[in-house]
Design a protein around this ligand. Structure first.
Ligand SMILES: C[S@@+](CC[C@H](N)C(=O)[O-])C[C@H]1O[C@@H](n2cnc3c(N)ncnc32)[C@H](O)[C@@H]1O
Ligand code: SF4
Length: 452
Protein backbone atom coordinates (compact mmCIF):
# COMPACT_ATOMS: atom_id res chain seq x y z
CA UNK A 1 0.00 0.00 0.00
CA UNK A 2 1.36 3.48 -0.79
CA UNK A 3 2.06 5.87 2.10
CA UNK A 4 -0.71 8.29 1.10
CA UNK A 5 -3.30 5.52 1.36
CA UNK A 6 -1.78 4.10 4.53
CA UNK A 7 -1.72 7.40 6.41
CA UNK A 8 -4.85 9.07 5.01
CA UNK A 9 -7.00 8.88 8.13
CA UNK A 10 -9.18 11.40 9.97
CA UNK A 11 -6.88 13.49 12.17
CA UNK A 12 -6.73 16.79 14.08
CA UNK A 13 -4.84 19.86 12.80
CA UNK A 14 -3.47 20.40 16.31
CA UNK A 15 -4.12 24.09 16.80
CA UNK A 16 -4.52 22.93 20.42
CA UNK A 17 -3.81 19.94 22.62
CA UNK A 18 -6.06 18.50 23.92
CA UNK A 19 -8.07 18.96 20.72
CA UNK A 20 -11.52 20.51 21.20
CA UNK A 21 -13.56 17.24 21.04
CA UNK A 22 -11.40 15.87 23.88
CA UNK A 23 -11.85 18.75 26.28
CA UNK A 24 -13.15 17.71 29.65
CA UNK A 25 -16.05 20.15 29.80
CA UNK A 26 -17.53 18.47 32.88
CA UNK A 27 -14.67 19.54 35.14
CA UNK A 28 -14.45 23.03 33.57
CA UNK A 29 -16.14 26.06 35.11
CA UNK A 30 -16.11 29.82 34.63
CA UNK A 31 -14.60 30.20 38.11
CA UNK A 32 -11.68 27.91 37.22
CA UNK A 33 -11.24 29.73 33.93
CA UNK A 34 -11.02 33.13 35.60
CA UNK A 35 -8.47 31.76 38.07
CA UNK A 36 -6.39 30.38 35.24
CA UNK A 37 -6.48 33.71 33.39
CA UNK A 38 -5.38 35.63 36.49
CA UNK A 39 -2.52 33.21 37.19
CA UNK A 40 -1.20 33.41 33.67
CA UNK A 41 -1.58 37.15 33.36
CA UNK A 42 0.73 37.59 36.35
CA UNK A 43 3.25 35.18 34.82
CA UNK A 44 3.34 36.47 31.27
CA UNK A 45 2.25 40.10 30.98
CA UNK A 46 5.54 41.72 32.00
CA UNK A 47 7.85 39.31 30.21
CA UNK A 48 6.21 38.63 26.87
CA UNK A 49 2.87 40.42 26.81
CA UNK A 50 -0.43 38.92 25.72
CA UNK A 51 -2.12 38.06 22.42
CA UNK A 52 -5.60 39.02 21.36
CA UNK A 53 -7.73 37.36 18.72
CA UNK A 54 -10.95 39.08 17.66
CA UNK A 55 -13.49 37.10 15.64
CA UNK A 56 -15.53 39.25 13.24
CA UNK A 57 -18.13 36.79 11.94
CA UNK A 58 -20.01 38.49 9.09
CA UNK A 59 -19.64 37.76 5.36
CA UNK A 60 -21.80 39.02 2.50
CA UNK A 61 -21.62 35.78 0.51
CA UNK A 62 -21.32 32.12 1.44
CA UNK A 63 -18.26 30.30 0.06
CA UNK A 64 -19.34 26.68 -0.13
CA UNK A 65 -15.98 25.27 1.04
CA UNK A 66 -15.78 27.40 4.17
CA UNK A 67 -15.13 25.80 7.53
CA UNK A 68 -15.11 29.05 9.55
CA UNK A 69 -17.78 30.24 11.96
CA UNK A 70 -19.64 32.99 10.08
CA UNK A 71 -23.02 34.64 9.52
CA UNK A 72 -23.98 35.45 5.95
CA UNK A 73 -25.71 38.84 5.81
CA UNK A 74 -25.76 42.14 3.99
CA UNK A 75 -26.97 43.99 7.08
CA UNK A 76 -24.21 46.38 8.04
CA UNK A 77 -26.29 47.80 10.89
CA UNK A 78 -25.17 44.66 12.80
CA UNK A 79 -21.59 45.95 12.97
CA UNK A 80 -21.88 48.42 15.86
CA UNK A 81 -23.91 46.28 18.32
CA UNK A 82 -21.42 43.47 17.72
CA UNK A 83 -18.42 45.75 18.32
CA UNK A 84 -19.98 47.05 21.53
CA UNK A 85 -20.34 43.47 22.77
CA UNK A 86 -16.68 42.72 21.93
CA UNK A 87 -15.55 45.83 23.82
CA UNK A 88 -17.67 44.79 26.79
CA UNK A 89 -16.06 41.35 26.74
CA UNK A 90 -12.61 42.95 26.68
CA UNK A 91 -13.60 45.12 29.64
CA UNK A 92 -14.60 41.99 31.62
CA UNK A 93 -11.18 40.44 30.95
CA UNK A 94 -9.36 43.69 31.83
CA UNK A 95 -11.24 43.69 35.15
CA UNK A 96 -9.58 40.33 35.93
CA UNK A 97 -6.06 41.56 35.13
CA UNK A 98 -3.83 43.05 37.82
CA UNK A 99 -2.52 45.98 35.80
CA UNK A 100 -2.69 47.13 32.19
CA UNK A 101 -2.20 44.41 29.59
CA UNK A 102 0.82 44.72 27.27
CA UNK A 103 -0.60 43.83 23.88
CA UNK A 104 2.00 41.99 21.84
CA UNK A 105 -0.17 40.34 19.19
CA UNK A 106 -3.54 41.37 17.84
CA UNK A 107 -5.26 39.46 15.06
CA UNK A 108 -8.60 40.15 13.39
CA UNK A 109 -10.07 37.01 11.86
CA UNK A 110 -13.42 35.81 10.71
CA UNK A 111 -15.70 35.72 8.91
CA UNK A 112 -14.56 38.81 7.10
CA UNK A 113 -13.01 41.65 9.10
CA UNK A 114 -13.24 43.87 6.00
CA UNK A 115 -17.04 43.45 6.03
CA UNK A 116 -16.84 46.15 8.73
CA UNK A 117 -16.38 49.76 7.68
CA UNK A 118 -12.94 51.34 8.26
CA UNK A 119 -14.59 53.75 10.71
CA UNK A 120 -16.08 50.93 12.77
CA UNK A 121 -12.80 49.00 12.77
CA UNK A 122 -11.09 52.14 14.10
CA UNK A 123 -13.72 52.40 16.83
CA UNK A 124 -13.12 48.74 17.76
CA UNK A 125 -9.31 48.89 17.81
CA UNK A 126 -9.18 52.23 19.64
CA UNK A 127 -11.53 50.79 22.26
CA UNK A 128 -9.26 47.77 22.70
CA UNK A 129 -6.00 49.73 22.82
CA UNK A 130 -7.36 52.32 25.23
CA UNK A 131 -7.28 49.71 28.00
CA UNK A 132 -3.77 48.42 27.37
CA UNK A 133 -0.22 49.29 26.34
CA UNK A 134 1.15 48.42 22.93
CA UNK A 135 4.14 46.11 23.52
CA UNK A 136 7.51 46.66 21.85
CA UNK A 137 7.78 44.71 18.56
CA UNK A 138 4.03 44.21 18.52
CA UNK A 139 2.47 42.29 15.63
CA UNK A 140 -0.98 43.40 14.51
CA UNK A 141 -2.54 41.53 11.61
CA UNK A 142 -5.86 40.97 9.88
CA UNK A 143 -7.59 38.81 7.30
CA UNK A 144 -8.93 40.69 4.29
CA UNK A 145 -11.24 39.61 1.51
CA UNK A 146 -9.82 40.78 -1.84
CA UNK A 147 -13.34 41.62 -3.08
CA UNK A 148 -14.14 44.12 -0.33
CA UNK A 149 -10.84 45.37 1.13
CA UNK A 150 -10.48 49.04 0.25
CA UNK A 151 -7.58 51.46 0.42
CA UNK A 152 -9.43 53.11 3.34
CA UNK A 153 -9.46 49.81 5.26
CA UNK A 154 -5.75 49.31 4.66
CA UNK A 155 -4.87 52.90 5.63
CA UNK A 156 -7.05 52.97 8.74
CA UNK A 157 -5.58 49.72 10.09
CA UNK A 158 -2.04 50.73 9.15
CA UNK A 159 -2.45 53.94 11.15
CA UNK A 160 -3.50 51.81 14.14
CA UNK A 161 -0.28 49.75 13.96
CA UNK A 162 -1.23 46.87 11.64
CA UNK A 163 1.66 45.73 9.43
CA UNK A 164 0.53 42.29 8.33
CA UNK A 165 -2.45 41.28 6.24
CA UNK A 166 -3.50 37.99 4.65
CA UNK A 167 -5.89 37.78 1.72
CA UNK A 168 -8.12 34.81 0.91
CA UNK A 169 -7.27 33.78 -2.66
CA UNK A 170 -8.07 30.01 -2.71
CA UNK A 171 -7.90 29.32 -6.48
CA UNK A 172 -7.99 31.44 -9.65
CA UNK A 173 -9.68 28.93 -11.96
CA UNK A 174 -13.22 30.01 -13.02
CA UNK A 175 -14.71 26.47 -12.78
CA UNK A 176 -13.36 26.02 -9.26
CA UNK A 177 -14.39 29.55 -8.27
CA UNK A 178 -17.93 28.90 -9.49
CA UNK A 179 -18.15 25.60 -7.57
CA UNK A 180 -17.04 27.27 -4.33
CA UNK A 181 -19.25 30.32 -4.96
CA UNK A 182 -16.32 32.68 -4.79
CA UNK A 183 -15.73 34.52 -8.01
CA UNK A 184 -12.80 36.89 -7.59
CA UNK A 185 -10.39 38.19 -10.16
CA UNK A 186 -6.62 38.29 -10.23
CA UNK A 187 -6.96 42.07 -10.70
CA UNK A 188 -8.68 42.42 -7.31
CA UNK A 189 -5.98 40.39 -5.58
CA UNK A 190 -3.26 42.38 -7.34
CA UNK A 191 -4.91 45.66 -6.39
CA UNK A 192 -5.16 44.86 -2.66
CA UNK A 193 -1.66 43.35 -2.58
CA UNK A 194 -0.06 46.34 -4.34
CA UNK A 195 -2.05 48.85 -2.29
CA UNK A 196 -1.10 47.20 1.01
CA UNK A 197 2.57 47.28 0.03
CA UNK A 198 2.40 50.91 -1.13
CA UNK A 199 0.90 51.90 2.23
CA UNK A 200 3.75 50.17 4.09
CA UNK A 201 2.54 46.71 5.15
CA UNK A 202 5.65 44.60 5.64
CA UNK A 203 4.00 41.19 5.31
CA UNK A 204 1.28 40.44 2.78
CA UNK A 205 0.03 36.85 2.76
CA UNK A 206 -2.15 34.86 0.38
CA UNK A 207 -4.29 31.87 1.42
CA UNK A 208 -4.49 29.11 -1.21
CA UNK A 209 -6.33 25.80 -0.93
CA UNK A 210 -5.64 22.49 -2.68
CA UNK A 211 -8.23 19.72 -2.88
CA UNK A 212 -11.20 21.94 -3.81
CA UNK A 213 -14.07 20.60 -5.97
CA UNK A 214 -13.13 20.16 -9.67
CA UNK A 215 -9.56 21.28 -8.97
CA UNK A 216 -6.81 19.52 -10.94
CA UNK A 217 -3.05 19.89 -11.26
CA UNK A 218 -3.35 22.43 -14.08
CA UNK A 219 -5.50 24.67 -11.87
CA UNK A 220 -2.94 24.47 -9.09
CA UNK A 221 -0.15 25.38 -11.52
CA UNK A 222 -2.17 28.30 -12.89
CA UNK A 223 -2.98 29.57 -9.37
CA UNK A 224 0.61 29.28 -8.21
CA UNK A 225 1.92 30.94 -11.36
CA UNK A 226 -0.33 33.93 -10.73
CA UNK A 227 0.59 33.94 -7.05
CA UNK A 228 4.28 34.09 -7.98
CA UNK A 229 3.63 37.23 -10.05
CA UNK A 230 2.55 39.01 -6.85
CA UNK A 231 5.23 37.45 -4.61
CA UNK A 232 3.35 37.39 -1.28
CA UNK A 233 5.58 37.32 1.80
CA UNK A 234 3.66 34.36 3.22
CA UNK A 235 1.61 31.66 1.58
CA UNK A 236 -0.83 29.51 3.51
CA UNK A 237 -1.24 26.42 1.33
CA UNK A 238 -4.13 24.67 3.05
CA UNK A 239 -5.34 21.19 2.39
CA UNK A 240 -9.10 21.51 1.87
CA UNK A 241 -10.76 20.31 5.10
CA UNK A 242 -13.98 18.60 4.12
CA UNK A 243 -16.06 18.59 7.29
CA UNK A 244 -19.69 18.84 6.11
CA UNK A 245 -20.97 17.16 9.28
CA UNK A 246 -19.88 20.21 11.27
CA UNK A 247 -20.74 23.06 8.97
CA UNK A 248 -24.11 21.97 7.59
CA UNK A 249 -25.24 23.40 4.27
CA UNK A 250 -22.15 25.52 3.67
CA UNK A 251 -20.09 22.65 2.34
CA UNK A 252 -22.88 20.87 0.49
CA UNK A 253 -22.76 23.01 -2.66
CA UNK A 254 -21.02 20.16 -4.51
CA UNK A 255 -20.89 16.42 -4.17
CA UNK A 256 -18.17 14.14 -2.78
CA UNK A 257 -17.40 12.84 -6.27
CA UNK A 258 -16.39 16.38 -7.39
CA UNK A 259 -13.49 16.38 -4.91
CA UNK A 260 -9.98 15.28 -5.96
CA UNK A 261 -8.96 11.96 -4.38
CA UNK A 262 -6.08 11.63 -1.88
CA UNK A 263 -3.25 10.78 -4.37
CA UNK A 264 -4.15 13.76 -6.58
CA UNK A 265 -4.41 15.97 -3.51
CA UNK A 266 -0.94 14.91 -2.44
CA UNK A 267 0.40 15.57 -5.95
CA UNK A 268 -1.08 19.09 -5.71
CA UNK A 269 0.75 19.69 -2.45
CA UNK A 270 4.02 18.38 -3.96
CA UNK A 271 3.60 20.65 -6.99
CA UNK A 272 3.03 23.66 -4.74
CA UNK A 273 5.98 22.86 -2.51
CA UNK A 274 8.27 22.38 -5.51
CA UNK A 275 7.36 25.72 -7.12
CA UNK A 276 7.38 27.67 -3.85
CA UNK A 277 10.81 26.33 -2.92
CA UNK A 278 12.13 27.03 -6.42
CA UNK A 279 11.02 30.62 -5.87
CA UNK A 280 12.88 30.96 -2.57
CA UNK A 281 10.06 30.20 -0.12
CA UNK A 282 10.75 28.07 2.93
CA UNK A 283 8.27 25.51 4.26
CA UNK A 284 7.26 26.55 7.77
CA UNK A 285 5.48 24.02 9.96
CA UNK A 286 2.32 22.61 8.41
CA UNK A 287 0.54 24.31 5.46
CA UNK A 288 2.77 27.39 5.38
CA UNK A 289 5.52 28.81 3.20
CA UNK A 290 7.33 32.08 3.88
CA UNK A 291 9.80 34.25 1.98
CA UNK A 292 13.22 34.15 3.61
CA UNK A 293 12.86 37.84 4.57
CA UNK A 294 9.58 37.25 6.45
CA UNK A 295 9.44 37.24 10.28
CA UNK A 296 7.92 33.73 10.24
CA UNK A 297 10.96 32.38 8.43
CA UNK A 298 13.32 34.12 10.85
CA UNK A 299 11.38 32.70 13.82
CA UNK A 300 11.47 29.22 12.29
CA UNK A 301 15.25 29.37 11.80
CA UNK A 302 15.73 30.40 15.43
CA UNK A 303 13.36 27.68 16.70
CA UNK A 304 10.99 30.39 17.95
CA UNK A 305 7.92 29.48 15.94
CA UNK A 306 4.69 29.17 17.90
CA UNK A 307 1.30 27.70 16.99
CA UNK A 308 -2.07 28.57 18.42
CA UNK A 309 -5.67 28.89 17.25
CA UNK A 310 -4.63 31.68 14.87
CA UNK A 311 -2.15 29.35 13.14
CA UNK A 312 1.59 29.99 13.23
CA UNK A 313 3.13 33.08 14.79
CA UNK A 314 6.65 34.41 15.16
CA UNK A 315 6.26 35.37 18.80
CA UNK A 316 5.12 33.27 21.68
CA UNK A 317 2.85 34.58 24.37
CA UNK A 318 1.44 32.26 27.00
CA UNK A 319 -1.84 34.09 27.26
CA UNK A 320 -4.16 34.50 24.32
CA UNK A 321 -7.55 36.08 24.85
CA UNK A 322 -10.08 35.28 22.14
CA UNK A 323 -12.89 37.84 21.85
CA UNK A 324 -16.07 37.47 19.79
CA UNK A 325 -18.39 34.59 18.94
CA UNK A 326 -16.80 31.10 18.88
CA UNK A 327 -13.33 32.46 19.78
CA UNK A 328 -11.06 30.24 21.81
CA UNK A 329 -8.84 31.64 24.57
CA UNK A 330 -5.70 29.93 25.78
CA UNK A 331 -4.18 30.60 29.20
CA UNK A 332 -1.57 27.81 28.65
CA UNK A 333 -3.08 26.01 31.65
CA UNK A 334 -6.57 26.06 30.17
CA UNK A 335 -8.72 26.66 27.09
CA UNK A 336 -12.17 28.23 26.87
CA UNK A 337 -14.48 28.73 23.92
CA UNK A 338 -17.14 31.40 23.52
CA UNK A 339 -20.73 30.68 22.51
CA UNK A 340 -21.26 30.57 18.74
CA UNK A 341 -24.56 32.41 18.35
CA UNK A 342 -24.36 36.18 17.92
CA UNK A 343 -27.60 36.94 19.80
CA UNK A 344 -26.62 34.72 22.74
CA UNK A 345 -23.14 36.28 22.81
CA UNK A 346 -24.54 39.80 22.92
CA UNK A 347 -27.15 38.93 25.50
CA UNK A 348 -24.61 37.31 27.89
CA UNK A 349 -22.46 40.41 27.65
CA UNK A 350 -25.39 42.70 28.32
CA UNK A 351 -25.59 40.77 31.60
CA UNK A 352 -21.84 41.19 32.29
CA UNK A 353 -21.09 37.48 31.82
CA UNK A 354 -17.90 36.27 30.10
CA UNK A 355 -19.57 34.30 27.28
CA UNK A 356 -17.62 31.02 27.43
CA UNK A 357 -19.63 27.80 27.16
CA UNK A 358 -17.00 25.09 27.24
CA UNK A 359 -13.35 24.58 28.04
CA UNK A 360 -10.62 22.42 29.50
CA UNK A 361 -8.13 22.83 32.33
CA UNK A 362 -4.90 21.01 31.48
CA UNK A 363 -3.43 18.41 33.87
CA UNK A 364 0.29 17.57 34.11
CA UNK A 365 0.10 14.90 31.41
CA UNK A 366 -1.77 17.25 29.03
CA UNK A 367 0.94 19.88 29.50
CA UNK A 368 3.73 17.43 28.61
CA UNK A 369 1.94 16.11 25.51
CA UNK A 370 1.00 19.64 24.47
CA UNK A 371 4.69 20.57 24.45
CA UNK A 372 5.65 17.57 22.27
CA UNK A 373 2.88 18.28 19.78
CA UNK A 374 3.84 21.96 19.59
CA UNK A 375 7.48 20.97 19.01
CA UNK A 376 6.50 18.64 16.19
CA UNK A 377 4.13 21.11 14.53
CA UNK A 378 6.61 24.01 14.80
CA UNK A 379 10.07 22.42 14.55
CA UNK A 380 9.42 18.97 13.04
CA UNK A 381 11.23 17.42 16.01
CA UNK A 382 10.85 16.77 19.72
CA UNK A 383 12.88 15.28 22.57
CA UNK A 384 12.36 13.78 26.01
CA UNK A 385 15.69 14.13 27.80
CA UNK A 386 14.33 15.71 30.98
CA UNK A 387 11.85 14.28 33.45
CA UNK A 388 9.40 17.05 32.61
CA UNK A 389 9.30 15.79 29.00
CA UNK A 390 8.80 12.10 29.84
CA UNK A 391 5.45 10.37 30.28
CA UNK A 392 4.46 6.85 31.24
CA UNK A 393 3.12 5.79 27.84
CA UNK A 394 6.25 6.86 25.95
CA UNK A 395 7.35 3.21 25.26
CA UNK A 396 4.02 2.54 23.48
CA UNK A 397 4.38 5.76 21.50
CA UNK A 398 7.87 4.66 20.44
CA UNK A 399 6.55 1.36 19.08
CA UNK A 400 4.22 3.30 16.79
CA UNK A 401 6.98 5.73 15.83
CA UNK A 402 9.23 2.79 14.87
CA UNK A 403 6.77 1.82 12.16
CA UNK A 404 6.86 5.39 10.86
CA UNK A 405 10.67 5.27 10.99
CA UNK A 406 10.54 2.16 8.80
CA UNK A 407 8.53 4.24 6.31
CA UNK A 408 11.30 6.93 6.40
CA UNK A 409 8.98 9.51 7.92
CA UNK A 410 11.23 10.18 10.90
CA UNK A 411 14.50 9.29 12.61
CA UNK A 412 14.53 8.12 16.22
CA UNK A 413 17.63 8.77 18.32
CA UNK A 414 18.11 7.98 22.02
CA UNK A 415 15.73 10.65 23.29
CA UNK A 416 14.77 12.64 20.18
CA UNK A 417 12.78 12.27 17.00
CA UNK A 418 13.43 14.25 13.86
CA UNK A 419 10.85 14.31 11.05
CA UNK A 420 12.42 13.77 7.61
CA UNK A 421 11.58 15.73 4.42
CA UNK A 422 9.46 12.78 3.36
CA UNK A 423 7.71 12.80 6.74
CA UNK A 424 6.79 16.53 6.80
CA UNK A 425 3.45 16.11 4.97
CA UNK A 426 2.58 13.43 7.56
CA UNK A 427 3.22 15.62 10.60
CA UNK A 428 -0.44 15.32 11.72
CA UNK A 429 -0.12 11.52 11.74
CA UNK A 430 3.11 11.75 13.75
CA UNK A 431 1.44 14.02 16.31
CA UNK A 432 -1.39 11.48 16.55
CA UNK A 433 1.12 8.94 17.89
CA UNK A 434 1.58 11.27 20.90
CA UNK A 435 -2.11 12.08 21.28
CA UNK A 436 -2.86 9.91 24.33
CA UNK A 437 -6.47 11.09 24.62
CA UNK A 438 -7.26 10.16 21.02
CA UNK A 439 -5.59 6.76 21.49
CA UNK A 440 -7.48 6.01 24.68
CA UNK A 441 -10.88 6.83 23.21
CA UNK A 442 -11.29 6.48 19.46
CA UNK A 443 -14.14 8.67 18.16
CA UNK A 444 -17.32 6.76 17.32
CA UNK A 445 -18.14 9.09 14.41
CA UNK A 446 -15.78 11.09 12.20
CA UNK A 447 -14.74 14.27 14.02
CA UNK A 448 -11.71 15.39 12.03
CA UNK A 449 -10.89 16.00 8.36
CA UNK A 450 -8.65 13.49 6.53
CA UNK A 451 -4.90 14.00 7.02
CA UNK A 452 -4.15 14.11 3.26
C1 LIG B 1 -11.65 33.69 7.51
S1 LIG B 1 -11.05 33.25 5.95
C2 LIG B 1 -10.12 34.66 5.35
C3 LIG B 1 -10.77 36.02 5.26
C4 LIG B 1 -11.96 36.20 4.34
N1 LIG B 1 -13.13 35.68 4.98
C5 LIG B 1 -11.76 35.53 3.01
O1 LIG B 1 -12.35 34.48 2.81
O2 LIG B 1 -11.05 36.09 2.17
C6 LIG B 1 -9.71 32.24 6.45
C7 LIG B 1 -9.13 31.26 5.47
O3 LIG B 1 -9.41 29.93 5.89
C8 LIG B 1 -9.27 29.05 4.81
N2 LIG B 1 -10.35 28.05 4.87
C9 LIG B 1 -11.65 28.26 5.14
N3 LIG B 1 -12.34 27.08 5.09
C10 LIG B 1 -11.43 26.12 4.79
C11 LIG B 1 -11.53 24.70 4.61
N4 LIG B 1 -12.70 24.06 4.71
N5 LIG B 1 -10.38 24.02 4.32
C12 LIG B 1 -9.20 24.66 4.23
N6 LIG B 1 -9.06 26.00 4.38
C13 LIG B 1 -10.16 26.72 4.66
C14 LIG B 1 -9.35 29.89 3.54
O4 LIG B 1 -8.14 29.82 2.83
C15 LIG B 1 -9.63 31.29 4.04
O5 LIG B 1 -8.98 32.26 3.28
S1 SF4 C 1 -14.05 31.87 3.15
FE1 SF4 C 1 -14.08 33.88 4.10
S2 SF4 C 1 -15.62 35.07 2.91
FE2 SF4 C 1 -15.94 32.93 2.42
S3 SF4 C 1 -17.58 32.32 3.83
FE3 SF4 C 1 -15.59 31.75 4.77
S4 SF4 C 1 -15.08 33.44 6.07
FE4 SF4 C 1 -16.69 34.16 4.67
Amino acid sequence: MCLVQKYNVPGPRYTSYPTVPYWNNDTFSLIKWKKSIKKNFEESNDSEGISLYIHLPFCEYMCTFCGCNKRITKRHDLELPYIRAVLKEWQLYCDLFEGRPNIKELHLGGGTPTFFSPKNLEFLINGILRKGNIAKDHEFSFEGHPNNTTEEHLKALYDLGFRRVSFGVQDYNPTVQKAINRVQSFENVKYVTDTARAIGYTSVGHDLIFGLPFQNLDHIEETIEKTMLLKPDRIAFYSYAHVPWIKGNGQRGFSESDLPKAPLKRAMYQKGKEVFEKNGYVEIGMDHFAASSDALCEASKKGKLHRNFMGYSSSKTQLMVGLGVSSISDSWYGFAQNVKGIEEYQSLLENNIIPVYRGHILNDEDLIIRKHILNLMCNFSTSWNTTTEKFSELPDVLIQLKEMEADDLLIIESDTIQITEKGKPFVRNICMAFDLLLKRKKPETQLFSMTV
